[in-house]
Write a protein that binds this ligand. Structure first.
Ligand code: DGL
Length: 281
């Protein structure tokens, strides 16, 4: 059940920043928020009942994102960061301006960081993100001389969500996905899906030691900090502990998330009919 709104109104806590992902990928963005914006309270939504997003159609992703942002508006967020590249690639342009708070995505900040750092850029991402070519377009718009190789890695999200990062097949799968990027002699790798930084130990053990890594969350959160300042929305009081909401099992999310959070999070399930909004025609 969702008691977040009433509770917040009763206690007049400062408005949170909303972040969402299909699952635990958003925790890699949350980690950056804790580092760069320690006073900001966060409302986290994981759409675990409908993951993975990476095999969804652009229409489905846009529909899910509108539902989530509508729910977040009801919770009184002051800003939303999409902690999901697939949503950023497929839905950010459409939803920006539809809600009474700024909505930030990962693609442009990630592309900017990548174009600053390298010339031969590999992007690993979900198949939906790769199909959109959002990273290639954004990087080459910023720096037309950059070459970009995008590789869809559909097996990575299940590996992370099923807590199999340390299993031998995680390493084999990564080696297979990275083969063409190594052959292309990339100098920079973009984590084009927020689940993938969880696989960093595996990926860095396979790639050459000279590789530069771009986690778009670092730049998106930096951009969010600037925007909060520009709008006079930055919190000056300590953050309350992050509230987690999921569409699937709260117990499963709790069990998985604890290893990255270092503590047992408070997780509530929201039933999908409560995310009430009509499909766009
Ligand atoms: N973590 C998300 C992303 O950054 C979505 C992964 C998925 O559900 O396929 O793309």
């Amino acid at each position: 059940m969702n008691h977040g709104l009433n509770h917040r109104l009763l206690t007049t806590r400062p408005a949170p920043i909303g972040i969402f992902d299909s699952g635990v990928g958003g925790l890699t963005v949350l980690r950056e928020i804790y580092r760069q914006l320690p006073n900001e309270s966060v409302l986290y939504f994981g759409d675990t009942a409908r993951l993975p997003y990476g095999s969804r159609s652009p229409e489905e992703i846009l529909y899910f994102v509108r539902q989530i942002l509508t729910w977040m508006a009801e919770q009184g967020v002051k800003m939303v960061m999409m902690a999901c590249n697939t949503s950023s690639a497929l839905a950010l342009d459409q939803v920006q301006g539809e809600f009474p708070f700024p909505v930030l995505g990962l693609i442009r900040p990630g592309a900017q960081a990548a174009a600053l750092r390298g010339k031969r850029i590999g992007v690993i991402a979900t198949q939906a993100t790769v199909n959109s070519q959002a990273y290639t377009n954004a990087i080459q718009e910023i720096s037309p001389t950059c070459q970009v190789w995008e590789v869809g890695c559909p097996k990575f999200v299940p590996i992370v969500e099923q807590n199999q990062i340390k299993a031998p097949h995680a390493h084999q799968t990564a080696a297979t996905y990275l083969r063409s990027l190594i052959a292309a002699n990339i100098d920079t790798l973009v984590y084009g899906c927020t689940h993938y930084p969880h696989l960093a130990p595996v990926l860095t053990s396979i790639l050459p030691s000279t590789m530069q890594y771009v986690d778009p969350a670092v730049s998106m959160v930096a951009a969010a900090a600037q925007e909060l300042d520009a709008l006079g929305l930055r919190s000056s009081v300590p953050a309350w502990s992050t509230e987690f909401y999921v569409s699937g099992s709260a117990a499963d999310f709790k069990r998985l998330a604890v290893q990255w959070l270092g503590h047992q999070p408070k997780v509530s399930q929201i039933r999908l009919p409560e995310l009430a909004v009509q499909p766009q025609s």
